[in-house]
Design a protein around this ligand. Structure first.
Ligand code: ZN
Length: 454
């Protein structure tokens, strides 16, 4: 009895001591959301890549939950990042093409957290994510590191994030900090200090823009394609160094024990496996299967991997859940992963959807308009324009080389029904996205990023 009372007194004293130093007066966790542009899951050490591209991300994964089958809802930046920040699929938030931005009646993660008293800040380095579109909404401070396809932005983003940590970490309220690191996006620039790429290979020396690589397309030799991947890996390692500095900065400031850290990609990249270099044109695994790592300070078992397929649409509900925010009536379209993180969720998982409706601006006829669904290891892709169907058994055929749509008719029908019911549901929830006209300057910037075809 006496002992229990003593323990009670001690914990009160410890509680008071923690309250007195300010930082723990609010028990809600801080949230650090790091989105890496164009980062393939299978080019990271913690996902089995043989090259040492990601020591910092690997170290985080060893202390976190690593989702083996995480899916971006779209194969390019605008729709996916908008989904990450709203908990809605692209066909519901409506930000499916360049020039569109979020309807003002949808509240973003930053807005919802700010309403709960969180300090909010964002640092982006992708010129598509601008404050004057919807991405600045809900942030006390929004900074854009000057970006572009031929600039390196990781050091600038890292520096700004660390400055935000200094400022936000001293506040009494918890914080939400969102940053986007851009460098693995083309152009793939050499970082010879890592030594992954030779000086040149065949016709390439690292100075060719994406348009030239696409023109070479099918004529690229195996050696040239490997050179492109080598440069891409150097960009990943360069970005990983920035992430390492940010995570070390979190620890140095004593913030790591009360901060949920998420590292995720907005989409992958394809290197001619399906006839194209880049992203935004299809829904193959190269583009929509992405890395997702979440470190939740309150989770019991760290350093584990989670095999069930999840969508990045789950991130907003998950982060609000971890922050203890009751999102009430807010209609998110994928479940919170808090139960999965805490190891208490027995749910077998839900179907995961992906969507693309991409128009390369000047060539409207090259619209890519598809939807896909993944259930029990089978993925069905439907071309919305032509009605063409593709079915893949991802366990046996992870690179999607054998279309089973003709032979597995019952499976196709089963998945089509799931896809159809969801499309109807999402369409009924569509919020009218707003449109901003594109300036000549915008067009030039977009061409550099490879989103305009002439
Ligand atoms: Zn992107």
């Amino acid at each position: 009895m006496r002992d229990h009372r003593l323990v009670g007194h001690l914990s009160c004293l410890i509680g008071l001591a923690l309250c007195a130093c300010g930082a723990a007066s609010d028990a809600r966790p801080n949230i650090l959301l790091l989105v890496v542009d164009t980062l393939r899951w299978d080019h990271l050490g913690c996902y089995g890549y043989e090259r040492d591209t990601s020591p910092a991300i690997d170290a985080l994964a060893a202390d976190a939950v690593r989702f083996e089958n995480a899916y971006a809802p779209a194969p390019w930046t605008l729709p996916t990042v908008t989904s990450i920040l709203t908990g809605l699929y692209p066909s519901s938030h409506g930000v499916t093409s360049i020039g569109k931005h979020l309807s003002s009646d949808v509240r973003s993660l930053a807005e919802l957290l700010r309403e709960e008293g969180y300090g909010t800040a964002a640092v982006t380095s992708n010129n598509l994510l601008r404050q004057d579109l919807h991405y600045g909404r809900g942030h006390d401070l929004f900074e854009a590191e000057p970006g572009g396809h031929n600039l390196m932005t990781t050091p600038g983003v890292t520096e700004r994030v660390l400055a935000h940590l200094d400022r936000l970490g001293e506040g009494v309220a918890p914080f939400y900090l969102f940053a986007l690191l851009f460098d693995p996006h083309y152009s793939y620039l050499p970082h010879p200090e890592y030594g992954f790429a030779p000086k040149r290979a065949g016709r390439l020396d690292g100075s060719q823009p994406i348009q030239v690589l696409r023109e070479l397309g099918e004529t690229l030799s195996a050696k040239e394609l490997q050179f492109i991947r080598d440069l891409y890996d150097e960009e990943i390692r360069y970005t990983d160094e920035g992430i390492g500095q940010i995570l070390a900065g979190l620890e140095e400031r004593g913030l790591d024990r009360n901060t949920v850290v998420v590292v995720v990609a907005d989409h992958g990249e394809e290197f001619m496996r399906h006839g194209w270099i880049g992203h935004s044109r299809n829904l193959y695994e190269d583009l929509v299967h992405v890395p997702l790592i979440i470190r939740d300070p309150a989770m019991a078992r760290r350093g584990r991997s989670e095999p069930r397929p999840v969508s990045l649409v789950s991130l907003t509900p998950t982060l609000l859940d971890l922050a203890g925010v009751d999102s009430g009536e807010t209609p998110f379209q994928a479940p919170s992963l808090k139960g999965v993180l805490r190891g208490s969720d027995e749910d077998a998982g839900e179907p995961v959807f992906c969507e693309v409706d991409f128009v390369p601006i000047l060539k409207q006829e090259k619209r890519a308009h598809m939807r896909s669904v993944l259930v029990d290891g089978f993925k069905l892709i439907r071309d919305v324009e032509t009605g063409a169907l593709e079915l893949y058994n991802l366990e046996r055929d992870p690179h999607e080389t054998r279309n089973l749509a003709e032979t597995r008719v019952r499976k196709v029908a089963e998945l089509e029904e799931v896809l159809e019911s969801r499309s109807t549901f999402a369409g009924s929830r569509l919020r009218a996205a707003e449109t901003t006209p594109l300036s000549d300057e915008d067009l030039e910037m977009l061409e550099g990023l490879g989103y305009v075809e002439r």
